[in-house]
Write a protein that binds this ligand. Structure first.
Ligand code: PLP
Length: 402
């Protein structure tokens, strides 16, 4: 039997290689900063989720060291046994305050938070309504929950409403969406989704992995952008490994929601608590994220500068107001060649190709961080112009973009 499994694995690996879908991790030496050493060579990276530039912040690292002094390294047990330290409790309080909700609950990763929420909220006869472009962890969460799933057209509240109206869905209903979508950086139409959910007695859950800390003057995220509170969005999930620069995740909401997760979410109950020093570090990061509005202002300036630069070289200006800035080049080969060309010049920007994105929308996915400088953004635009011009001799970057 093991022979059959192995031969199937080998076949799949061969197919992935043949289709150009082979991936491997690169090795990063040193901290997650724009200028970094990857696979032994210096690059300027535009692909991390460290939007506020806190992953390597010395104050966050110092808080981690203090946490290590006080608590040691491992939590040693699950939260409900004796792994729940004061650092975890303080971080949960800070996250509740940050999101303007009564309570928050830590999970070890965002993936696990999403699994835990859907498994706890949904029974077999319930229905979850998901945006087609939701994060993989939300898709997997619905599968694991064993509930019924309806997927509505991307960011389309009218299509969601049609599906909510379908008969036979009078049981528990949960609408789930990313706040900011990870491939295009666009925002979900949260106000419309919230009113559709309310009209049909459904709960709305927002996974704001890419919005919290980044959007809104104080970093309140996509819900804050639309002025939506807990009545509109009863379930708010956020991750700590992106704008907050550390690792882990949380869910914020009512007392009932949080108590239910503590009692019933298997990915909370049956796993070791995150290291307490990580909670100490994250507490420092959350305070910095809330206070240092200049990080969001600088990001906004970089986004505007990148957009103007791309337009100047004849590329479409991304409509995204988040640090995820897709440059759609269309053809898969063209996007791959552009990424390879940029890397030759020491710029690390990933090409995203079908099937991750729809056919003919292969793209470069640029992500910006508050640690990038305007000069670095200019260098990216200038190099991209040169790389695209070279790829089609006789055409300027301008013409080939059209
Ligand atoms: C990154 C991400 C997750 C997973 O969070 P991790 O903490 O990295 O497991 C979940 N949802 C969205 C939208 C994400 O971008």
């Amino acid at each position: 039997m093991s022979g059959r499994i192995e031969s199937r694995l080998l076949e799949r690996l061969d197919r992935a290689r043949a289709r150009g879908l082979w991936r491997r991790p690169r090795i990063l030496d040193g901290p997650q900063t724009p200028e970094q050493i990857v696979d032994g060579r210096p690059v300027l990276a535009f692909c991390s989720n460290d939007y506020l530039g806190l992953a390597a912040d010395p104050r966050v690292a110092a808080a981690a060291r203090e946490g290590l002094e006080r608590y040691g390294v491992g939590a040693g047990a699950a939260h409900l046994v004796n792994g729940h330290s004061r650092a975890h409790a303080e971080l949960e309080e800070a996250l509740a305050a940050f999101t303007g909700r009564p309570r928050a609950l830590l999970f070890s990763t965002g993936y696990m938070a999403n699994l835990g929420v859907l498994q706890t909220l949904m029974s077999r006869h319930d229905t979850v309504f998901e945006d087609r472009l939701n994060h993989a962890s939300l898709i997997d969460a619905a599968r694991l929950a064993g509930c019924r799933t309806r997927r509505y057209r991307h960011a389309d509240a009218a299509d969601l409403t049609r599906r909510l109206r379908e008969p036979g869905a009078e049981t528990g209903r949960l609408v789930v969406t990313d706040g900011v979508f990870s491939m295009d950086g666009d925002l979900a139409p949260l106000a419309e989704l919230a009113s559709a959910a309310r009209r049909y007695n459904a709960w709305l859950m927002v996974d704001d992995a890419h919005g919290l800390g980044v959007l809104g003057r104080d970093g309140g995220g996509s819900c804050a952008c639309f002025g939506l509170g807990m009545d509109d969005v009863p379930v708010l999930m956020g991750t700590l490994g992106k704008a907050f620069g550390t690792a882990g995740a949380f869910v914020a909401g009512s007392d009932t929601l949080i108590e239910a997760l503590i009692q019933f979410a298997r990915s909370y109950v049956y796993t070791t608590a995150m290291p307490p020093a990580l909670a100490s570090a994250t507490l420092a990061a959350v305070r910095i994220a809330a206070r240092e509005t200049w990080r969001r202002e600088h990001l906004a300036a970089l986004i505007a500068r990148l957009g103007a630069g791309l337009e100047h070289i004849g590329l479409p200006r991304p409509s995204s107001m988040s640090p995820i800035q897709p440059v759609v080049l269309g053809d898969t080969g063209r996007a791959s060649a552009a990424a390879a060309g940029l890397l030759e010049h020491g710029l690390l920007v990933p090409a995203i190709r079908p099937p991750t994105v729809p056919e003919a929308t292969a793209r470069l996915r640029i992500t910006l961080s508050a640690r990038h400088t305007e000069a670095q953004v200019d260098r990216l635009v200038e190099t991209l112009d040169r790389v695209l011009a070279r790829e089609s001799p006789g055409a300027t970057g301008l013409e080939s973009a059209r």
